[in-house]
Ligand binder design. Structure first.
Ligand code: APR
Length: 238
């Protein structure tokens, strides 16, 4: 398995990576749907995590949204792991053209990746809903209650919540990179959330690699489906 993956990577200069929360679990950030993931963790609020991180919940219960969000979705101390560094190295070697991620933790950029397409945004970008003023995470993370702009408006994270559309420009760039890729490596994602998961179908090559602890519905399409920790896989092949 590893030798085959090594060869696929060695022979290509047009690799794209599509990743999810499983890329960051080895950095101490829980994923969503694993047994110990966020969506399977009992919480003290009346609603489920998926209900809380939605647009309508944010608008109606902003304070509770932020309580959950800061407690469960923001990890300012998290550091990139082997997988993040390996992908940054492949980009530096001119082999990897883009990282397309569903993650909002900025760890790919921290590891040195330059072309990172954040389908679901980033906790590090926050904007006033009234005047549009930008606020870095450090300016809002310790706010008492709902973070407010100096103009009085409510500050919202630049994170795609349920019921919200993805950024068109990011989507188009991700779609183009994947549709033109020679090799698509998909890692650390259950591929159950759309439209992100549909990007696998935009891939036109015949070298789809899946690196995921759990099975996905796309495994049967893969040239290689490796069910293992992504950090371990990259440490074996780099
Ligand atoms: N190595 C490889 N795979 C891993 C690892 C690891 N170290 N840790 C977890 N995984 C796998 C799990 O088995 C699971 O299949 O990563 C996958 C993570 O899947 P999800 O928890 O569903 O996360 P993700 O696919 O990123 O979710 C997509 O759902 O709630 C929304 O917006 C949220 O971006 C998120 C989207």
């Amino acid at each position: 398995m590893y030798d085959e993956l090594k060869e696929i990577i060695e022979q290509s200069n047009n690799i794209v990576f599509l990743g999810g929360a499983g890329v960051s679990t080895e950095s101490g950030i829980p994923d969503f749907r694993s047994a110990d993931g966020l969506y399977n963790t009992k919480i003290k609020y009346g609603s489920s995590p998926e209900e809380i991180i939605s647009h309508s919940y944010f608008m109606r219960h902003t304070e509770t949204f932020y309580e959950y969000y800061f407690e469960n979705m923001v990890y300012p101390e998290a550091k990139p792991n082997i997988a993040h560094f390996a992908l940054a190295k492949l980009e530096e070697m001119g082999k990897l053209k883009a990282v397309v991620t569903q993650n909002i933790d900025n760890l790919h950029q921290l590891a040195g990746s330059k072309n990172v397409l954040e389908l679901h945004g980033s906790v590090y970008r926050n904007y006033c809903m009234e005047c549009g003023k930008f606020y870095p995470l450090k300016d809002i993370i310790d706010s008492e209650g709902v973070p407010k702009c100096e103009c009085g408006g409510t500050i919202k994270p630049d994170v795609v919540l349920y019921e919200e559309p993805l950024d068109n420009d990011v989507w188009n760039k991700a779609y183009k990179a994947i549709s033109e890729a020679d090799v698509l490596i998909v890692g650390g994602t259950s591929l159950v959330v759309y439209p992100a998961a549909s990007l696998v179908s935009a891939y036109r090559g015949n070298k789809l690699v899946l690196i995921n602890k759990g099975e996905t519905t796309y495994d049967h399409l893969a040239k290689l489906a490796i069910h293992d920790s992504i950090g371990r896989v990259f440490s074996e092949i780099m």
